[in-house]
Design a protein around this ligand. Structure first.
Ligand SMILES: [Ca+2]
Length: 313
């Protein structure tokens, strides 16, 4: 098979880091054209730096990293240091990056890459708030029809919310951007909390990362150790949910996931439910389907894939 060409749009974030490492470890299935950073879990100055730290951890200083939007379209930035720590990558001690940040703006890189490749051959993988993607769609509406697929982590239906009672973090931070993306007519696949809360790093799964005995295995074990404190304390879950790696795992093994092709719209006006992904899971409206909304994953298969691939780095 030919590797899928992708752009990873990200706000690292320990789980973003693991998602990126999984992609870089899987060249047969995934060709990473570039990484675009966005403000989210932590401010942009840290997310663009963290993206480069992760590339260097994987010895992939050839991957171009771009900085994008430093704030949501219409709102002040909300961050999540309470989950990810002050740096966004708390856990391991990783060296400051020496590889450069690219001069171009992330939004221009997204637009130019989609225009430079044949239509339907570049997949976008947003792992954070959708500000960069929405800005690109607004600036260059022609790119919507050129996108092969947008596979994103965000939203929830049965799990409802994690940053507010009604909303998942990525969508909540920039609901106007999410609204633009979900109305774009590009093919969309969503990894909501309903799926990612099943991708839990239990103790044996964490031990398996550490047992790789490599710098990557050790770093991933320490990142998920750190990340898990929050979820264990807050939700009493069995381990840290690896939200973002669901996106890159889907590109390698879509058979690990099941979902429904349904209508998904974004709440942008209510203060109470701002950023809610209103997903018509039960088909109670006749609004047209615009996204494949995942509902379940094979968690053991997911972690087997992840551990096997990380061992390659
Ligand atoms: Ca993220």
């Amino acid at each position: 098979m030919t590797a899928r060409k992708i752009i990873i749009d990200t706000d690292p974030g320990q789980d973003d880091a693991v998602a990126i490492l999984l992609a870089l470890a899987s060249p047969e299935e995934i060709e990473v054209l570039g990484i675009t950073a966005v403000a989210g879990n932590v401010p942009l100055a840290l997310t663009q730096k963290n993206a480069r730290i992760i590339c260097e951890l994987a010895n992939r200083t050839d991957i171009p990293v771009f900085a994008g939007c430093d704030a949501p379209l219409k709102r002040p930035l909300v961050t999540a240091e309470h989950v990810h720590g002050k740096t966004g990558l708390d856990g391991p001690t990783l060296p400051d990056p020496t590889m450069p940040l690219q001069d171009a703006h992330a939004v221009d890189f997204i637009i130019e890459t989609l225009r430079a490749h044949p239509a339907g051959t570049v997949t976008l993988c947003p792992l954070g708030p959708l500000t960069n993607i929405a800005t690109a769609l607004e600036k260059a509406p022609d790119i919507a029809a050129r996108i092969a697929e947008i596979v994103l982590m965000g939203g929830a239906y049965f799990e409802v919310g994690n940053i507010t009672p009604a909303a998942e973090f990525n969508i909540y931070v920039d609901p106007e951007a999410a609204d633009i993306v979900f109305r774009s007519s590009a093919p969309i696949t969503v990894m909501p909390l309903d799926v990612t809360h099943k991708a839990l790093v239990t103790k044996p799964r964490n031990d398996a990362f550490r047992a790789l005995g490599t710098p990557v295995g050790e770093a991933v074990a320490l990142m998920t150790d750190f990340f898990e404190r929050f979820d264990k304390e807050k939700y009493g879950s069995a381990g840290a949910p690896l939200h973002d790696p669901c996106v890159t795992a889907y590109l390698i093994r879509s058979d690990l996931f099941t979902g429904r092709h349904i209508n998904v719209e974004i709440e942008t006006t209510s203060e109470l439910t701002l950023g809610m992904t209103v997903a018509d899971w039960w088909g109670v409206t006749d609004r047209p389907a615009n996204a494949t909304f995942m509902g379940d994953l094979d968690a053991d298969g997911f972690f087997a894939l992840l551990t096997e691939r990380l061992a390659r780095l």
